[in-house]
Design a protein around this ligand. Sequence first.
Ligand code: LMR
Length: 394
Amino acid sequence: MFETLKKATLDKIFVLMAEYAADPRTDKIDLGVGVYKDHTGLTPIMSSVRKAEQRILDAAKTKTYMGVVGNKGFSAAVVDLALGGVVDLKRIRTVNGAGGTGALSILMNVLSRARPGGRIFISDPSWPNHWPMAELVGLKPHFYPYFDAQSRRVDFEAMMRAVDDLTSDDVLLIHGCCHNPTGANLSRGQWDAVVESLERTGAFPLIDLAYLGFGDGLEEDAYGVRKVVSSVPESMVAFSASKNFGLYRERAGVAIAIGRNEADAEIVSSQMQNVIRATISQTPDHGAEIVRVILEDEELRAEWQAELTQMRERMKRLRVKLTDAIRQRSNSRDFDFIAEHSGMFSLLGLPQDVVEELKTKDGVYMINDSRINVAGIPEGRIGELADHLLAAIR
Ligand code: LMR
């Protein structure tokens, strides 16, 4: 059987993670995989999560099945958090996903049933998993321009030329906030223009919302997604709790579908449930229950928000500090974009050989497209990191 198979390409992010783990150097710096890290380099369990987990353990009586739609309290709390009541709940249906990726996969599967072989437009560049995920369900991925490599900002004119050309059979995959990998995000005015275009063409928006609260704040980061779902008749959102609740390995996510009306929403719901049953039958619940407990409890919710704010502010501070250190040493503003970007990532725009040299010579690990995870910047060694970066590009 297996002799017919070829070796598949593994995702570069996880290949790099393994390389980093195997590197014996004690002064190595991990700017690779997108996980939040504290000042000690640890991806911590949030205190609100620990408390919720304890409550769950104390109260648990069973581990029987939840049903195919999963933890309804979790989904409802997430819909409220992300969409903020801008759409009539009658038009919304949800199922839990195994993480944000699981949620996105369910939604893509349903879209592929609605438009077999249909086109899905993905930003260039995008999270490396978007393209293979689309292919796996039988959608035809295409890129739309997104990033201007010179200015390291969104190339909005080029993006809109492509977006304006979409048809009502096309899917537009948009990062809800904190664009991965570039860190360059749409302004409010640009979101408004995208929405106007979607209203005109009827193209279908699919929003990947994996970093809510990591950019400018929970409400601020939700502007785009709320604008889209409240303006167009049909849309979908994949929500991930991996980053903002630090629940990476628990796989907590919600697939949200918004139909024209209740009857359409019911149909989409049945399709989502059908996909779950035929793939993993039931989604995991531990992470979902943690998020439900936190969001439904005033005190725990406030504690979680404070922790999230701290994480966000730390990432912003690291951006500014690295930018300042580079500016002081080089007397140039070429890297100022790092402080202007938001979320967890910045795409530095370095050539591959420079990225490779930083890894082999200095032990500085970043994704080979030169994406850095800002949370991995070691606060006490920012000068050293700036020196490495500047030496490598010279
Ligand atoms: C990343 O982009 O590094 C994270 O989202 C981890 C992943 O699953 O790729």
